[in-house]
Design a protein. Structure first.
Length: 339
């Protein structure tokens, strides 16, 4: 609206700079930053700077209405960035809530944005059915790739840890005596290695009990990479971790379509399904080992405190033994396999 634009331009000099949307947003960002990692904080500020400030950064926060905020989000949606638009809606809601809390506005106009955007359809990581586990194990056993890649495949299936947790795994995280791998919430960054500071996904320390089979894999590759930081070091540069595409590339060489059949993350689905179907392990024990985030705040505090470590050690050994039992080529239902 040209008339509205002229009206805003005339009013601009009268706006208190501390009450513009950009000023309030930066203030909110500074107050909230203590809860975030440096990367996450920088990512949020970058999204604000690129997608919100150019359109409404100069506006008085008290003048912004729901309709105008929605128009900003729609412009991001129209570029095909549905996920970004959804995150920006969350930021807008939080920023305008902060404006209410700091007495800049009386009510939050971003609250009514809920449900106004196109919902991003979640895509699940492909995973084989449990009945195909003997087939997968057979192909892994006969895989002709380099030994470190084959070891990474086996270790990933045994521990069902996330890709980045395994790629950036360090030798000093292994406790051989207690048979555990402790993934820190954040690792010490390695110069020249992107994202090397990543630890456990939820940024809280996660303990992975190691079966005797998992320990044997680590013992096998220690002569290869033990003098370096990364357990699964890169092929061309042992000072860096293996490529993020290593596991999926190996699966493709084994004849699997990683978009439809199974991908590295699908190992988690296989393990979770088998552990649940066995009927031998409590839900909290499985969820703690999967390092899933509990949505219920009270349960989350309880589960985080209750490590169930002894029971998880038994469970991880059961899983490793179950996989060995399937290597003969015959499928055994998890519930039928004993301890």
């Amino acid at each position: 609206d040209p008339n509205e634009a002229k009206k805003q331009a005339r009013a601009q000099p009268l706006i208190d700079e501390s009450n513009t949307f950009a000023a309030v947003a930066r203030e909110w960002h500074g107050k909230s930053g203590a809860r975030w990692s440096a990367d996450h904080s920088a990512r949020i500020l970058r999204r604000l700077t690129m997608d919100l400030f150019p359109q409404i950064g100069h506006r008085a926060v008290a003048d912004l209405k729901t309709k105008e905020l929605l128009q900003v989000l729609r412009s991001v949606e129209e570029r095909g960035h549905l996920d970004v638009a959804g995150r920006l809606r969350q930021y807008l809601t939080a920023i305008m809530r902060y404006a209410v809390q700091t007495d800049r506005i009386d009510s939050n106009p971003a609250t009514d944005l809920q449900g106004a955007l196109t919902v991003v359809k979640s895509t699940h990581h492909p995973a084989l059915s449990l009945e195909r586990l003997p087939e997968l194990l057979g192909r892994m056993d006969t895989f002709a790739g380099r030994m470190l890649t084959k070891s990474a495949l086996e270790f990933t299936l045994l521990t069902f840890a996330r890709s980045s947790e395994i790629r950036f795994m360090r030798w000093d995280e292994i406790d051989w005596k207690r048979a555990t791998w402790t993934i820190p919430g954040q690792r010490e960054a390695v110069d020249g290695v992107k994202n090397s500071q990543r630890g456990a996904k939820m940024m809280t320390t996660h303990i992975v009990p190691l079966s005797s089979q998992a320990l044997a894999i680590l013992a096998r590759i220690k002569p290869l990479t033990g003098e370096y930081s990364f357990v699964f070091a890169g092929d061309h540069n042992p000072g860096k971790p293996m490529s993020e595409n290593t596991i999926n590339k190996a699966l493709r060489l084994m004849g699997y379509d990683t978009a439809k059949d199974i991908c590295g993350h699908g190992f988690r689905t296989l393990a979770c399904s088998a552990l649940n179907e066995s009927g031998k392990w409590a839900r909290d024990v499985i969820e703690r080992q999967m390092s899933h985030q509990e949505r219920n705040g009270v349960r989350a505090a309880y589960i985080h405190k209750a490590e169930y470590l002894a029971r998880r050690q038994q469970m991880m050994q059961w899983w490793a033994n179950y996989l060995d039992a399937l290597r003969g080529g015959k499928y055994i239902e998890p519930v039928e396999y004993g301890y």
